[in-house]
Design a protein around this ligand. Structure first.
Ligand SMILES: CC(C)(COP(=O)(O)OP(=O)(O)OC[C@H]1O[C@@H](n2cnc3c(N)ncnc32)[C@H](O)[C@@H]1OP(=O)(O)O)[C@@H](O)C(=O)NCCC(=O)NCCS
Length: 321
């Protein structure tokens, strides 16, 4: 692998700070991003790209871009939160197939992040048509975590299952952010998502993830009317929750599903999901998608039993210093 990604210089390839790039130079890459997200994942990223355009316009993004022959052929950007760096975008033109392009850009960005003394770097992007990506990140000490995007049709009949009345399902209005964050942290303890994304390891991190979904529309428009909370009937203890968003026209996305450990394996996850399906169908949506990490066998078994099928596989990366 090392020889494949070994650094070599490409003539006429120039790495520049993203702050020195004008939005119109990124237009064709953005147009393709919008198309790819729609084709591969049913995801409408038009709003996110518009926000990105505004950020690039005011020079408010830290990152790198690569010029080749007068055009921008790749760009990537990151945010630093405390001592954690998150690479949130990594886009490479498909017309420029040499992996060296991505490698050069990553190297330049890692130099930046090193100067900012980050302790951990994670990635939160999907880079389409870059089969060399994992080898490239691994060369720089990153660990690869594979994720699958799954999708289910909302019109297909689902298997019935006897529902226990141990829990009641309540509308989203009955939730409490801190309580749900604590439940989420407990549910993910030692799980695949917590290995990949440090935020899952603490209640404050889970709170930030939930905030991003529910209040900042970080995962599409929040559909609170189809999201629900399960509480134990006898004690009113929170048992689990499902949060759904709308990511494209008539396409729902299961942004979070978690069941507290003491309630797992008793049909609560199935009930939350079945309820989500029927609420989304009532709202006129056609499909529900989600993303799941390899190794999360319990979640995968549940999703398969509910008719989800894989649509796209992609890697994310983490590096601990
Ligand atoms: C994934 C999760 C939501 C499932 O909720 P749950 O309430 O435990 O699931 P259920 O009891 O409804 O079981 C549904 C199916 O999951 C599978 N399952 C349940 N417990 C399992 C276990 N211990 N081992 C393997 N599979 C299991 C079974 O296929 C089961 O269906 P069946 O019993 O009808 O055959 C829950 O385990 C959880 O919160 N995990 C941590 C957070 C997480 O991974 N969320 C999903 C991120 S994509």
């Amino acid at each position: 692998m090392a020889s494949f990604v070994a650094e070599r210089s490409l003539p006429n390839l120039q790495v520049v700070d993203l702050g020195r790039v004008r939005p119109h130079e990124l237009r064709s890459l953005w147009d393709r991003e919008v198309r790819m997200w729609r084709e591969k994942l049913d995801w409408d990223v038009g709003g996110a790209i518009a926000a990105l355009e505004r950020a690039v316009d005011r020079g408010g993004l830290s990152g790198k871009a690569v010029r080749y022959g007068g055009a921008i052929v790749a760009y990537a950007y990151y945010v630093v939160e405390g001592d954690r760096g998150v690479i949130s975008g990594f886009v490479v033109s498909p017309s420029f197939r040499d992996p060296q392009l991505g490698i050069t850009m990553l190297r330049a960005m890692l130099d930046d992040l090193d100067r900012r003394h980050v302790r951990r770097i994670e990635t939160q992007f999907i880079c389409f048509d870059a089969p060399w990506l994992a080898a490239c990140f691994e060369e720089y000490g990153f660990r690869t975590h594979w994720r699958d995007s799954l999708r289910a049709s909302l019109s297909r009949p689902r298997p019935e299952r006897s529902a226990s009345n141990q829990v009641v399902l309540l509308p989203w209005t009955a939730w409490n952010l801190s309580e749900m964050a604590a439940l989420m942290q407990d549910a993910h303890r030692d799980g695949a998502d917590a290995v990949m994304n440090e935020l899952y390891r603490t209640s404050a991190g889970c709170r930030a993830l939930l905030n991003n979904i529910v209040r900042q529309s970080g995962c599409g428009r929040s559909l609170t009317e189809a999201s629900s909370v399960a509480r134990e009937s006898a004690s009113d203890l929170p048992a689990g929750f499902a949060i759904v968003t709308e990511i494209g026209r008539r396409h729902g996305h299961l942004a979070q599903l978690a069941v507290a450990p003491m309630f797992q394996g008793q049909g609560v996850g199935h009930r939350l999901l079945a309820h989500t399906f029927s609420r989304l169908a009532d709202l006129g949506l056609d499909t529900l998608s989600l993303m799941v990490s390899h190794g999360n066998e319990r979640a995968m078994a549940l999703y398969r039993s509910m008719g989800f099928e894989p649509t796209y596989r992609f890697p994310v990366f983490s590096r601990q210093l």
